[in-house]
Write a protein that binds this ligand. Structure first.
Ligand code: DX5
Ligand code: ZN
Length: 219
């Protein structure tokens, strides 16, 4: 099943609970949680306390995207009964294999995220351990940026590798996803779609979420 993971980075933080209720009403599958530390990326968003305030307020699982240095130091903070995935950046983890095992030891699915310029080959010897590979289709740090088209080729290459090796990790795409490009991405083999500004920038967030969900249901 194809899944929509709206990013609360683009939500109105003063009424986060309402925003989450809107995407849930629209049928979103996951909540994408963008954590930025001002070091790995040139922006600071929010930390575990904000995410934890949503536990029990929604039944959607959390898809945690850590854009932080030294992710191992903070992993446990993001483990909640609703945390389905924790993804770290390959560029931010000095011992990626160890970090992946660390996530899995928490009973959470492990993801690795790659920046647009990072080649897939950095995952060559860890694919077997992964539940998720997240491809950045913008340079991380901000919502509302333009989709980088080379990511489509990267996604197709990743699908091929997954097939060749008989693996079953999920493929997620993050950045600049909108109602226009989501179909092509889905056809390329992507299964989980992050959308921030395209969801929360809409006048009617419930309706926009429904539009996305309907497009994915047809896929
Ligand atoms: C970028 C974040 C993305 C971003 C998505 O650093 O990881 O999740 O918020 O926002 P849009 O969909 O607006 O590109
Ligand atoms: Zn993200």
């Amino acid at each position: 099943m194809k899944q929509l993971a709206p990013s609360i980075l683009s939500a109105d933080f003063s009424r986060l609970g309402d925003s989450v209720a809107q995407i849930e009403k629209g049928g979103a599958h996951l909540i994408h949680v963008d954590v930025m530390d001002g070091h790995f990326v040139p922006n600071i968003s929010f930390g575990a306390a904000v995410m934890k305030s949503l536990v029990g307020k929604t039944s959607m699982p959390f898809d945690v995207h850590l854009m932080i240095e030294n992710p191992d130091t903070y992993l446990e903070d993001f483990v909640t009964p609703q945390t389905e995935y924790i993804s770290v950046h390959a560029e931010a983890s000095k011992h990626l294999h160890r970090t992946i095992q660390h996530i899995k030891a928490q009973g959470v699915k492990a993801g690795v995220t790659l920046n647009p310029s990072t080649p897939l080959s950095v995952l060559d010897y860890v694919y077997e351990d992964l539940d998720l590979v997240m491809l950045m289709s913008v340079n991380p740090g901000f919502g509302g940026q333009k989709f980088i088209p080379q990511t489509i080729r990267k996604a197709k290459d990743l699908v091929k590798i997954r097939e060749e090796r008989g693996l079953d990790f999920k493929i997620e795409i993050d950045g600049g996803v909108n109602l226009k490009n989501i179909k092509e991405l889905s056809e390329a083999g992507v299964e989980i779609f992050v959308a921030g500004s395209a969801v929360f920038g809409a006048e009617d967030v419930v309706q926009r979420t429904e539009e996305f969900v309907k497009l994915l249901a047809d896929e």
